[in-house]
Design a binder for this molecule. Structure first.
Ligand code: ADP
Ligand code: MG
Length: 241
């Protein structure tokens, strides 16, 4: 579903991602883990076509993203960010926020689809007239997920999706995401600095350090501490998980 080959991303003279390759199968959940600044978010943003200066190749469902329009990319893949408050317009009620991508894309039956999405993410139809500030952090993240699903993408790129939430709410959102992946057959790439989240959510993971991929592991290898690289051992030890 996603093939990233020899990806290098630069910001002026500095290299944020250096020669990174990985592939994610349809329906798989793939994790990117590593310290802050190691290039994880940059990989997601580049897949979405949000960075200009990069080399290598990125394919989604076999199609090169360099020859895919931004609109087409948005239909195939959507991002969910750490802070749902920042990604929701304060003056739009929830129904408008969810409907916006559908209106921009001239979709039909926007009303009905908005209600369906509210139901899908476990908020009732009464939420459509509420403002973001009237919702809890967890409810806002549910809305951000509904909005990301509005165009019925096959892929969600989730950047620290629960890092801004209270611990008690994190599991709720992770379980919701797991259910949605199962029910909708979605493919996930999840960025997190939290190995427990990655281990819970991901079939495989790639460890990043200083713009480079250190190693790729299966969940079983992570749980069995079958780690090839000393950096990964440090990361696991530091996580205390
Ligand atoms: P992570 O998500 O792993 O914390 P990022 O991908 O956000 O790391 O950042 C990787 C590196 O790229 C960092 O050194 C960061 O400062 C730099 N970087 C990211 N985005 C930009 C940008 N828009 N302009 C300049 N430098 C950037
Ligand atoms: Mg980041």
């Amino acid at each position: 579903m996603i093939e990233v080959d020899h990806l290098t991303v630069s910001f002026g003279p500095s290299t944020a991602v250096r020669d990174v390759s990985f592939a994610v199968a349809q329906g798989e959940s793939f994790g990117l883990v590593g310290e802050s600044g190691s290039g994880k978010s940059t990989i997601l943003r580049t897949i979405m076509g949000l960075n200009a200066d990069w080399s290598g190749s990125i394919k989604i469902a076999g199609q090169d993203t360099k020859s895919t329009s931004r609109t087409d990319l948005a239909r195939r893949a959507q991002m969910v960010f750490q802070d749902p408050y920042a990604s929701l317009h304060p003056r739009y009620v929830i129904g408008q926020a969810i409907a916006e991508p559908m209106r921009i894309n001239n979709m039909k039956n926007v009303e009905a689809r908005t209600l369906e999405l509210l139901d899908l993410i476990g908020l009732g139809s009464q939420f459509r007239f509420r403002f973001p500030h009237e919702l809890s952090g967890g409810q806002r993240q549910r809305v951000a997920i509904a909005r990301a699903l509005a165009l019925d993408p096959r892929i969600l790129l989730l950047d620290e999706p629960t890092s801004a939430l209270d611990v008690s709410i994190q599991a709720e959102i992770l379980n919701l995401l797991n259910r949605l992946r199962r029910e909708l057959g979605l493919t996930f790439v999840i960025v997190s600095h939290d190995l427990a989240v990655i281990s819970y959510m991901c079939d495989r993971l790639m460890v990043m350090r200083d713009a480079q991929a250190v190693e790729t592991l299966t969940r079983e290898q992570l749980r069995a501490r079958d780690l090839a690289h000393s950096y990964t051992r440090e990361l696991v030890a530091a996580s205390g998980s």
